[in-house]
Design a protein around this ligand. Structure first.
Ligand SMILES: Cc1ncc(COP(=O)(O)O)c(C=O)c1O
Length: 399
């Protein structure tokens, strides 16, 4: 099928919500590269939307997919399966958590966290303690609970009324958070680095400060590590940079390197409130996806992928900062590990398009931020090539 016909059918048969889709059709991937239906090669510095941490078709992931597909694809959660048990154990052994609930996406993992926080506070404190304080400019997903938690009206517009029980305060502002927490607050929900909202890294005192506020008030600290988790920021979990632990953490994206999965991790005392029958998911943690996630996570651990992300992140950010000397439209380069934002003095869209035309896939975050989230297996040569394309794209747009 030729590309033109495919794009015509896409315009005809899809709901129009992905209006800004690039006019290419991707057919194949290998490592840090993908190819379109016309045979053009691209360096993939988006990794989906920060998903394929181990790159495309990583041999250990592909091997796990093949084996799981040929062994047992799906059984319901009415039965135990070894991969789901092993994955839960692995996650608990490598994080603060004691228990895990599996679902299928980031939004669902956050829905679970919201339900968990409400039920925990009701059982432990009072029946009217069900408010969650989240932050402006955050992104927590598109389902109605996660959308109400999201601090960006543009995503909520048209879908009102929002689920009640959410307050939003400026990000990285402990005083505002302190003022917002009261005896109706059951949880504080934040991203340890705001990803979609523009790659905003909070001050070093922010997470420790939130931990303290939560300890004093009895509110749960929920960290949305859906974008930051699984090594992206240079540690396995982003909270490790801060030296404090959350009560609940949500994961998705990179956890199975592109096979849909979500997970909500919690401390024992908190997790216990999800009693029999209180929550569930048809597809959550099937033997298939759990096997793929085990292969992903063990590879990330065995191959010290977080350390690599930290090193390559520094390399890429240094290169981008060097470009700022020539291109004055670069206002700021920020991020941690391989979650990188380039603040621009202009809309990021034309730059994203120019990079793609030159063979580099990158993302935007908000209106004026270029976001780079390459697979964590990139090397210096890939980064040099990407930097060359970005340099030329800036030059082309300035001309
Ligand atoms: C921090 C964060 N939370 C939640 C989500 C929603 O995840 P999903 O699209 O899998 O529902 C995203 C997706 O970009 C995210 O970055």
């Amino acid at each position: 099928m030729d590309t033109k016909t495919l794009l015509e059918w896409s315009a005809k048969y899809h709901t129009p919500n992905y209006g800004s889709r690039a006019p290419i059709c991707l057919v194949r991937g290998d490592g840090v590269r993908v190819w379109d239906s016309d045979g053009r090669e691209y360096l993939d510095f988006g990794a989906g939307l920060a998903v394929t941490a181990l790159g495309h078709c990583h041999p250990r992931v592909t091997g796990a997919i093949r084996e799981a597909a040929a062994t047992l694809l799906h059984v319901s959660n009415l039965y135990h399966t070894a991969p789901q048990i092993h994955l839960a154990k692995l996650l608990c052994e490598h994080s603060f958590a004691d228990r895990v609930f599996f679902c299928n996406s980031g939004a669902e993992a956050n829905e679970t966290a919201i339900k968990l926080a409400r039920k925990y506070a009701k059982e432990r404190f009072a029946s009217d303690r069900w408010e969650i304080v989240a932050t402006r400019n955050s992104f927590h997903g598109r389902t109605l609970g996660a959308l109400a938690a999201t601090g960006q009206e543009r995503y909520q517009h048209g879908f009102e009324p929002m689920l009640p029980g959410f307050k939003h305060v400026p990000y990285n502002d402990l005083r505002a958070m302190e003022r917002a927490i009261d005896n109706r607050t059951c949880a504080v929900l934040v991203e340890p680095i705001q990803g979609e909202g523009g790659v905003h890294v909070p001050g070093d005192d922010y997470l420790p400060g939130l931990r303290k506020l939560c300890d004093e008030s009895g509110a749960l600290l929920i960290l949305d590590e859906i974008q930051t988790g699984v090594g992206r920021t240079g540690r396995l979990w982003c909270y490790e940079h801060a030296g404090v632990e959350p009560d609940v953490m949500t994961l998705a994206k990179a956890l199975a390197n592109g096979v849909p999965i979500g997970a909500t991790l919690a401390r024992e005392e908190v997790a216990r409130v999800l009693g029999p029958g209180s929550h569930g998911s048809t597809f959550g943690g099937t033997p298939f996806v759990a096997s793929v996630a085990i292969a992903t996570l063990t590879t990330v651990l065995d191959e010290k992928i977080p350390e690599r992300a930290a090193r390559l992140g520094r390399y890429l950010m240094d290169g981008l900062r060097a470009l700022a000397g020539t291109h004055t439209t670069i206002r700021e380069v920020r991020g941690r590990g391989l979650l990188i934002g380039v603040g621009l003095g202009r809309p990021a869209g034309p730059l994203v398009d120019a990079c793609r035309d030159a063979g580099l896939l990158v993302l935007s975050a908000g209106e004026q931020v270029l976001r780079l989230t390459p697979p964590l297996i990139v090397d210096e040569r890939d980064c040099d090539r990407a930097l060359g394309i970005i340099d030329a794209a800036f030059g082309k747009l300035a001309a």
